[in-house]
Design a protein around this ligand. Sequence first.
Ligand SMILES: Cc1cc2nc3c(=O)[nH]c(=O)nc-3n(C[C@H](O)[C@H](O)[C@H](O)COP(=O)(O)OP(=O)(O)OC[C@H]3O[C@@H](n4cnc5c(N)ncnc54)[C@H](O)[C@@H]3O)c2cc1C
Length: 236
Amino acid sequence: MVNASGERIANEAINYHDFIAEMLRDSSGRTSAEFYLVTSHKHLRAYGLGRVPAAPGRITPFFRNGYLQKGETLAELADKLNINARGLIETVEAHNAQAHFGSDPVFKKGGTAFERAAGDPSNKPNPCVAPLGTGPFYAIRIIPGDIGTFAGVSVDETGRVLTEDGTVIQGLFAVGTVTSSIMGGTYPAAGAMLGPALTFGYLTAKSIAGQMDDVTATQLDGLEPSETETCKNAAE
Ligand SMILES: Cc1cc2nc3c(=O)[nH]c(=O)nc-3n(C[C@H](O)[C@H](O)[C@H](O)COP(=O)(O)OP(=O)(O)OC[C@H]3O[C@@H](n4cnc5c(N)ncnc54)[C@H](O)[C@@H]3O)c2cc1C
């Protein structure tokens, strides 16, 4: 992946939370935050690229809607993308020179088990690194996005919302992205949002249901019949 100067900005195999942070860092002070995933025909057909499927999927529709750009040479591709051609060519040459040995001396791509697990195990010696190969070349535009938030309200293990000093706010519960992430504000891998949301959603609902049992047992006396019915329905 390169920026508008044709330069790589980070290890492309790290988790997407940290990669977005690198995109924001690189684009700080620039007027846009646009990046380009660049590949060759051989790799496009082998692995696909973003929404573009690997062979035998069709790639023609992606040219029509402008999602996929193509250049017979890197210079032509850079021209289509409106990015620095010399920068892109130098980046690819530097990458290719080391990639033959499975090495990425600048960003150490494929340096961890997490990264290698998402690579191609048949690509030796590094599942994450290969020379770009010959043209034609292709690219898609990438811009930073977000999939959730992780700095919400603090809760205990049954979803009870806590004040700043850790006191429970009675009757107020929260789960999911509205809460402060148990991952401590980072995102180790896919599932870091849905896993806790489902787990603590379940625990919180069970806890609330238990409390409703207590409510129905001890506090229904004196309520209007319609109010009693409402509470019972809620408990069920
Ligand atoms: C493109 C994308 C890919 C993702 N991939 C992954 C992944 O691979 N793994 C993973 O773990 N997580 C992933 N996530 C994150 C995950 O989907 C979210 O973190 C999770 O769905 C949040 O669940 P939630 O119930 O906390 O919030 P939401 O699903 O946002 O639910 C909140 C609900 O509240 C409703 N609402 C808002 N305001 C009001 C109101 N005033 N009154 C009533 N209702 C209201 C909304 O309509 C919504 O239905 C992805 C997110 C996106 C966008």
